[in-house]
Write a protein that binds this ligand. Structure first.
Ligand SMILES: Cc1ncc(COP(=O)(O)O)c(C=O)c1O
Length: 438
């Protein structure tokens, strides 16, 4: 592994050391730098389920780039289409391209709440655009979000995603440097709490611009919507004529070709998609009701600016078209859902056999092991108190045995079409071994 005989450091360690000189924290985000908690690591290749370091160490990847890779890394059909698009130029930046029409048509036919779409490059851009459209439509400033839901890095929404216990119930800014008025205009209540939502509508109904949520909050592992929670949101927002925004950046195309809106039968006014839309390519979209999207019609009279030099770039759109077609044609969700059920059941058995306090949460292709907590979580508060140290030990042990996932205990494992029974058997055998040493 040590490819330089003049030092004991691995190539990964030397690259990370150089990175720390020129890149804050040594990686592109603080969350990526958390991979170093299990040992400094630099990756340079990925194919199928395999992620390979600069020292040629191979891992079965359960991180999958925080979730976009639904078909497996470097999926030929998608990459071939992107390469072919690049051959015709990456970006025109004027007029319309046939590809954008093709992808927009697919999105409007797949997602029940989407009549029109605007493309962008990331989930954060999509949620930003959605909120601007909603504020323009209502003329109001306040938005309502839920504790534990992440909608991107911008000031409007980076509030109360992981608040400490003594900040529950308030607007907790996740970053320094945020605009206080943006935080003040972001109201926060617990997920699955119908009464709290109704109370906000009683108090602020006339000032609300939008309600935004992850229909299945995965930013804290997995919380499933209970009872009639999504239906209640639909009713109160419709009554008050406040746009309901489903942030389907994770759920869209990972859980169902029709998004959580198709799965749970609740149609939002605005929808944000990214991640699994392009199997790893930077492509995202905001879509929704025609009257809401029409505000961004490009005509200055109609008012809302949605802009972006790289929006609708050709390789991203080609990747999106092929990913969407593959998801539909190859029945991807059936494969990853069945496999996810097997991982969850296997892990639950292991926890119980070894009498380890903990739970396995998840939905379809996503699962998380949470130590030190039990019962089904209904909201963010139910996730607080998990044993972070034990999860890191688990992540280290699994990494030593060739399985990679982020050591952040609030995050999740992802599965792709490339994962199968062989990966499942290896994972469970090694998890059993690691659990035995915890
Ligand atoms: C639910 C959700 N919304 C929005 C975002 C932001 O997307 P991006 O990182 O592409 O800006 C994320 C990213 O993890 C997400 O999980």
């Amino acid at each position: 592994m040590n490819s330089d005989p003049t030092t004991d450091a691995t190539r990964s360690e030397r690259i990370v050391e150089r990175a720390r000189e020129v890149i804050p924290g040594g990686a592109q985000t603080g969350l990526r730098a958390q991979a170093y908690d299990t040992g400094d690591v630099a990756f340079e290749r990925a194919k199928g389920t395999t992620l390979t370091t600069v020292d040629d160490e191979e891992y079965t990847d359960y991180h999958l780039g925080f979730g976009p890779i639904i078909l497996g890394h470097a999926y030929d059909r998608v990459d071939d289409a992107a390469r072919s698009a690049i051959g015709d130029g990456v970006l025109y930046g004027a007029g319309t391209t046939p590809l954008e029409v093709e992808v927009a048509e697919r999105l409007t036919s797949l997602l029940p709440g989407v009549e029109q779409v605007n493309f962008c490059n990331s989930g954060s851009e999509a949620t930003y655009h959605a909120i601007r459209l909603a504020r323009a439509y209502t003329g109001n400033e306040k938005i309502l979000k839920f504790e534990g839901c992440y909608h991107g890095w911008h000031d409007y929404v980076d509030v109360s995603v992981y608040p400490p216990e003594d900040e529950l119930g308030g607007g907790y800014p996740e970053s320094e440097g945020m605009l206080p008025s943006a935080v003040e205009n972001t109201l926060v209540v617990p997920f699955n709490d119908r009464e709290a939502v109704e109370e906000v509508f009683r108090e602020h109904g006339d000032d609300l611009a939008a309600v935004i949520l992850e229909p299945v909050p995965h930013s804290v592992g997995c919380i499933l919507p209970r009872g009639e929670f999504l239906e209640t949101l639909r009713e109160v927002t419709r009554e008050a004529d406040v746009p309901l925004v489903f942030d389907e950046v994770i759920t869209g195309f990972r859980h169902s070709p029709h998004g959580a809106q198709g799965e749970f039968g609740v149609t939002p006014d605005l929808t944000c998609v990214a991640k699994a839309l392009g199997n790893g390519y930077p492509v995202a979209a905001v879509g929704g009701r025609e009257d809401l999207l029409a505000q961004a019609g490009g005509d200055n009279e109609s008012g809302v600016v949605i802009s972006g030099t790289y929006s609708g770039n050709l390789p991203g759109l080609a990747a999106a078209r092929e990913t969407l077609d593959a998801i539909v044609e190859e029945d991807v969700q059936r494969h990853v859902t069945d496999l996810g059920d097997e991982y969850r059941a296997g892990l639950r058995d292991l926890l119980s056999d070894r009498d380890i306090e903990g739970r396995v949460v998840g939905h379809r292709s996503i699962f998380s092991v949470q130590f030190g907590v039990t019962g089904e979580p209904e909201n963010y508060e139910d996730v607080l108190g998990l044993d972070e140290g034990r999860f890191r030990e688990f992540a280290v042990g699994m990494r030593e045995r060739g399985h990679f996932f982020t050591p952040n205990p609030y995050k999740r494992h992802h599965l792709s079409l490339a994962h199968g029974e062989a990966e499942l058997a290896d994972y469970l055998a090694d998890a059993d071994d690691v659990f035995g040493n915890l």
